[in-house]
Design a protein around this ligand. Structure first.
Ligand code: SF4
Ligand code: FES
Length: 235
């Protein structure tokens, strides 16, 4: 066990935990937009910033990807922390002024959100979809283009690899802004403009998964397709 002090309170933490995990376990509220508990931290939004005492000096650090150390001291609610989060939210708001998730977050952090409609659904490059596709689904149908070292001058964006996509819809569920659209109509599901044929449950008749997803599960697990004909509720 590690001993850490957060906002003057002495707390225990496990080795390998991040500051954000310790805060969440102890009901210390930290804003996040690019974090998901089941995914590797990405450090994209900078909203989760806190102050950490290092060599006697308080320094800003993103809490989602900073591991706790024994005797670490953390402050989550100072003026400097609030200003830094506000600045991060202002930048997001400047880039994506009509995206509701961004506006809501900015407002909650005290940013004066410009007048205008909140009917946009921009991609804020949070990386939740790419990480979900890679780490949870294991398919890699989504990739960042033009991000990181050696990138070109164009804006980063998400590349959709249609041939790899199995239509599971995980990226649409996890996307915080609604940029990833998934529509269902009859026996079809359309996601990222690719249309998938859905399979109906043998028992209840409900369309429960794209054929491509079931074939992929069958290939991965060795379970024959004939055993994948019933939805989870009817199993
Ligand atoms: S598509 Fe959605 S989940 Fe993916 S990076 Fe953009 S905002 Fe994040
Ligand atoms: S939640 Fe930590 S940088 Fe986005």
């Amino acid at each position: 066990m590690l001993n850490v002090t957060i906002d003057g309170k002495k707390l225990e933490a496990k080795d390998g935990e991040t500051i954000l995990q310790v805060c969440q376990a102890n009901h210390v509220r930290i804003p996040t937009l690019c974090f998901h508990k089941d995914l590797t931290p990405f450090g994209a939004c900078r909203l989760c910033v806190v102050e950490v005492k290092t060599d006697g000096k308080w320094q800003l650090a993103s809490s989602c990807d900073t591991l706790v150390r024994n005797k670490m001291e953390v402050r989550t609610n100072t003026d400097r922390v609030k200003e830094s989060r506000k600045l991060a939210a202002e930048l997001l708001c400047y880039k994506y002024p009509s995206t509701k998730a961004v506006r809501d977050m900015a407002e909650s952090l005290g940013v004066e959100v410009p007048e205008g409609k909140a009917d946009g659904s921009d991609c804020i490059l949070c990386g939740l979809c790419t990480r979900t596709c890679h780490e949870i689904v294991g398919v890699d149908a989504l990739k960042f283009l033009d991000r990181g070292l050696g990138r070109s001058v164009s804006e980063p964006r998400i590349e959709y690899i249609a041939d790899a996509c199995i239509g599971c819809g995980s990226c649409a569920y996890v996307c915080p802004t609604g940029f990833v659209k998934m529509e269902a109509s009859g026996d079809r599901r359309v996601i990222w403009d690719k249309s998938f044929k859905m399979t109906a449950c043998d028992k209840c008749g409900r369309y429960f998964a794209p054929e491509e997803q079931l074939k992929w599960i069958s290939r991965k697990t060795g379970v024959p397709m004939s055993k994948l004909t019933v939805c989870t509720s009817c199993r």
